[in-house]
Design a protein. Sequence first.
Length: 182
Amino acid sequence: MDWKNSLYFLIPMFIILLLVFPVFAEVRLSYNPIYNRGVVALFLFKKKVIYYIFSFHGGYIELQNEKETKAEQLQFQSEKFEVVEEFGKQMMDKVKLKKLYIFYNIGVGDAFASSMLCGFINQVFSFFFLFLKSKKPTASFCVYDTVSYNKEVFEMAAVSQISISLFDVAYSFLYSVIITTD
């Protein structure tokens, strides 16, 4: 076999490497319950893939971006929900969390009450991060808080960076579909 024919082996090798090596994704989530508005975005390799502006309205969620606006009914007993729930369980072990940063700006109109509330929220996030650190010891966690002492404000945002291989995603999805179908 000469070297020209052996170059064709690079194509399947590239496909296998693409499936096995991890993909770095970043998820950004922001929500303001006062205005009932939020944004969720997915970035792959620092490029925005999808984003939606969302709001909750009773039994459905409204999703919109520059191309479309749609309303999705929230059903917690459907077959789709069972597949998504099982897929989430399967992905928990396979996802490698790299960082999780939480930002918030809270104020209740009173300086003392605002500072006490923010201190309590910091403690809750600290305990949550301690729990996550025991499960994912190489991850980086941080809370950035802003206290609005004299205004009524409630804004939260989270930035999460994860890595996962495409093979793990495909395997988890197929396993979830197979396990939930009767």
